[in-house]
Design a protein around this ligand. Structure first.
Ligand SMILES: [Zn+2]
Length: 361
């Protein structure tokens, strides 16, 4: 196995072990937050955190992985590599580096994008007393979650989706499905009715390690959108935002935004960087996502639909269920040397430029 590929794991348990071993090898202590659920083999689930550098350094870089569970193979591999290859030691004196491994460990272990409660963690950071409204989602929910997956219900649903896209265009369809919804608990991109375990854990981590800093830069690893192996640097709001302007200067103008059509992502409600705003209110914040392509968008959305259907209407242990799990893994993890090498090179490049920008102030 190529050296870079060896940073990446085949499942959650292996990924966690590699992260723990790499932290030990780097002489760093691991802080573990136990999730109350289990992995498919009955093993325990944790969000693991390591801090390299001074707990009181003015600047903090924080990397997060597996916000979207099954996407965790990517961020985990990058973090294990950072620890094994001394990247955490490249930090300037005034900067500490925090790595958060498997923010949604249940989704990672069970090969789901969502948390144990079917919540899209990256839509869960909203005021749960006043949820954003997504009427377009309500219109297509019955098409997205049909009664059957291989029978007439599905066939009819596909026709309905085709008609919706023909009428409204693919970007409008993608936005309706994916920007976040708070009404259908058995549906896709459900933002929850309250803060989920991973939400509370992320806030606790930020409160402990980020709240006292002058500057916080955050990078959240994702997969599933864009050209295979390419890492798009995404900002969640518009180009006039001071945070965006700063990020652009750090990253040579490569940052994308949903507001000017440069991002492969729709504009989202309740994304996880909002916790950085809430928990580190006095810090200058620069929060980005690194989104790597895997398969074509309709294959990726199809795999999310299938997985959602499986837990809402199907049987995970059936042969159909196993096929759906194989497909969703492939839709979010480009499990080959070329893809892993692309992920690694871009991760190192973005990390180094963010550290430099963060420390320059
Ligand atoms: Zn994602």
């Amino acid at each position: 196995m190529a050296k870079t590929s060896s940073h990446f794991a085949g499942n959650y348990a292996e990924a966690r072990q590699k992260f723990l071993d790499a932290a030990k090898g780097a002489g760093l202590k691991v802080q573990s937050h136990a999730n109350p659920n289990k992995d498919p083999d009955g093993g325990a689930l944790f969000t693991d955190v390591v801090l390299a550098g001074d707990p009181r350094a003015p600047n903090l870089f924080v990397g997060t992985s597996a916000t979207h569970g099954v996407e965790g193979f990517c961020g985990s591999g990058a973090m294990v590599g950072f620890l094994r290859e001394g990247l955490t030691e490249e930090r300037p004196k005034d900067t500490a580096v925090l790595l958060v491994h498997a923010l949604n460990p249940h989704g990672f272990a069970h090969l789901r994008r969502v948390t144990e409660d079917n919540v899209d963690l990256n839509r869960n950071f909203v005021d749960h007393a006043a949820h954003p409204v997504n009427r377009d989602y309500a219109e297509i929910h019955p098409l997205l979650v049909p009664a059957d997956w291989n029978g007439p219900g599905r066939a009819k649903a596909e026709e309905g989706i085709k008609a919706y896209i023909a009428k409204n265009g693919h970007p409008a369809y993608q936005a309706a499905v994916s920007r976040g919804q708070y009404t259908h608990a058995d549906g896709l991109f459900f933002g929850g009715k309250g803060p989920t375990w991973s939400n509370r854990t992320w806030r606790a981590i930020l409160k402990e390690h980020g709240a006292g800093r002058k500057r916080v830069a955050a990078l959240d690893f994702h997969t599933g959108l864009g050209p295979r192996g390419y890492g798009e640097i995404q900002f969640e709001r518009g180009p006039s935002d001071p945070e965006y302007i700063r990020a652009q200067s750090w990253l040579g103008g490569e940052v994308t935004s949903p507001d000017d059509g440069t991002s492969t992502s729709a504009a989202l409600t309740g994304y996880m960087a909002l916790a950085v705003r809430d928990e580190c209110p006095n810090a200058e914040r620069t929060c980005l996502a690194l989104e790597y392509g895997t398969l074509p968008i309709d294959d990726v959305l199809g795999s999310i639909r299938a997985d959602n259907w499986l837990y809402a209407r199907g049987k995970v242990d059936s042969s159909q269920g196993k096929g759906i799990k194989r497909d969703i893994r492939a839709a979010f993890y480009g499990d080959d040397d070329a893809w892993k090498s692309d992920i690694w090179n871009r991760a190192v490049d973005v990390y180094r430029r963010m550290l430099t920008g963060l420390s320059a102030g």
